[in-house]
Write a protein that binds this ligand. Structure first.
Ligand code: NI
Length: 160
């Protein structure tokens, strides 16, 4: 495993649409391993999407510290949403900024795991927020685009 550099907010890569993974090659497995390591390295990370490490593939990892532990998503699709919630989000690519964003309260997501097996997962609360946030990255969307009333909060200096 290795740490990967995180692409920052102004990089045009973060605005691109990622391509589906057609075959789960050793490179994709390595990508997943490296992404988890990179996410955990910064202890504020609860999710990381492949474009954030410069790879335009539909892959993300999430760990919100609940019983699920580390979750890996390949070619994810949010297939159901219900209700609404607001959460103050941040992003490893946008250090020092947060914003309140409206997301579904509950979602159902379908994806493939690293063995190519398709799975479905129902999520609510922070896990739902995080999956929606990471899924947006695959479509070139950042949480700041969705800030309620366009309001961005700037964190303390030590965030960097
Ligand atoms: Ni993010």
């Amino acid at each position: 495993m290795a740490l990967r550099n995180i692409v920052m907010e102004t990089d045009p890569l973060l605005r691109k649409t990622s391509r589906p993974v057609e075959e789960i090659t050793p490179r994709i497995i390595k990508l997943l391993d490296d992404m988890a390591e990179t996410m955990y390295y910064d202890n504020r990370g609860v999710g990381l999407a492949a474009p954030q490490v410069g790879v335009l593939r539909r892959v993300f990892v999430v760990d919100v510290g609940d019983d699920h532990g580390l979750l890996e998503f390949i070619n994810p699709e949010i297939i159901e949403t219900e209700g609404e919630q607001e959460y103050q989000e941040g992003c490893l690519s946008i250090p020092g900024k947060t914003a309140k964003v409206k997301r579904p309260a509950k979602i159902k997501v379908k994806a493939q795991d690293r063995n190519g097996e398709e799975f479905e997962l129902e999520a609510e609360g922070l896990l739902a927020v995080c999956i929606c946030h990471e899924n947006d990255h695959l479509n070139g969307i950042l949480f700041t685009d969705k800030a309620i009333d366009g309001k961005i909060y700037y964190a303390e200096q030590d965030e960097e």
